[in-house]
Design a protein around this ligand. Structure first.
Ligand code: NAD
Ligand code: ZN
Length: 243
């Protein structure tokens, strides 16, 4: 459990940081009712996320993949930002320099009021044409047409970075650059099963950042960071922002 000493160390670090970065994973949205991939509720029609969030699955059966996304979009639409998301938006207003790096595609950080967000895995409310590459907003849910199509009539895909796909290199460069001068990095609700958060955390720490991890369970990050806080994002983050 989190003791008050750990909380006050974390608060002090946040307060004294000129540059602050946060990395979030699915755990930050769990209290909003959005299932994590690997936690309870992550299964859909007996499929695992790893079987659907891939370019191969989309090639094989775009309708099936879109039906899964339509189910997830419906959950995201119903969901409301929780105190964890709101606290991160609040931290941003007091920090001199701030960047929120999220693996989440649900759009809840934006709805909570966060401004500087790097969505490294894309966004579930956007689509991209497989024919002409056009990217466009796709807000209706349930979808009127599955698979949805672009103006050019090409089949669109979710604008999401799938398993086996590469990250946007320009975005990644900007993030690494920011993390090179970050005083404090907070990771929240990420298992580290996808290697990027661990890589980014190591990068920031090797450039002098103090790293704090927040997760109710042990994660790949707990053993790496300077301070590991055990608890739920919606319960602990509000404590960190009360200055
Ligand atoms: P993940 O690897 O980010 O793991 C989720 C982590 O959240 C776990 O370590 C779990 O212990 C922790 N957690 C659970 N409840 C929490 C809480 N209340 N507060 C803080 N932490 C909590 O996520 P994943 O589910 O294994 O998925 C892997 C990839 O898919 C990631 O990119 C993830 O962000 C993405 N994904 C996104 C969404 C979304 O947009 N909401 C949902 C599912 C998966
Ligand atoms: Zn097109």
């Amino acid at each position: 459990m989190v003791n008050s000493n750990s909380i006050s160390i974390a608060r002090q670090r946040i307060r004294e940081s000129r540059r602050l970065a946060v990395i979030t994973g699915a755990g930050v949205s769990a209290e909003s009712g959005i299932p994590t991939f690997r936690g309870p509720g992550g299964l859909w029609r007996n499929f695992r996320a790893e079987e659907l969030a891939t370019p191969e699955a989309f090639k094989r059966d775009p309708k099936l993949v879109w039906e899964w996304y339509d189910w997830r979009r419906g959950i995201c639409k119903q969901a409301q930002p929780n105190p964890g998301h709101l606290s991160l938006a609040k931290i941003e207003t007091t920090a001199t320099e701030f960047l929120l790096i999220t693996q989440n595609v649900d759009g809840l950080h934006k709805r909570a009021g966060s401004k500087r967000i790097a969505e490294i895995h894309g966004n579930i409310w956007r689509a991209r044409c497989t024919l002409c590459g056009n990217e466009f907003d796709l807000e209706e849910t349930p979808l009127l047409e599955i698979p949805p199509r672009c103006k050019c009539k090409g089949i669109a895909r979710p604008d999401i970075v799938w398993f086996g796909e590469t990250y946007d290199q320009d975005l990644l460069e900007d993030i690494l650059d920011f993390l090179s001068g970050t005083d404090t990095l907070i990771t929240v609700g990420t298992s580290g099963m996808v290697p990027m958060p661990v890589y980014l955390t190591r990068h920031a720490m090797s450039h002098g950042a103090f790293a704090i991890d927040l997760n109710p369970d042990e994660s790949e990050l707990s053993g790496i960071v300077n301070l590991s806080l055990r608890g739920k994002a919606g319960e602990i983050l509000p404590n960190l922002t009360e200055i």
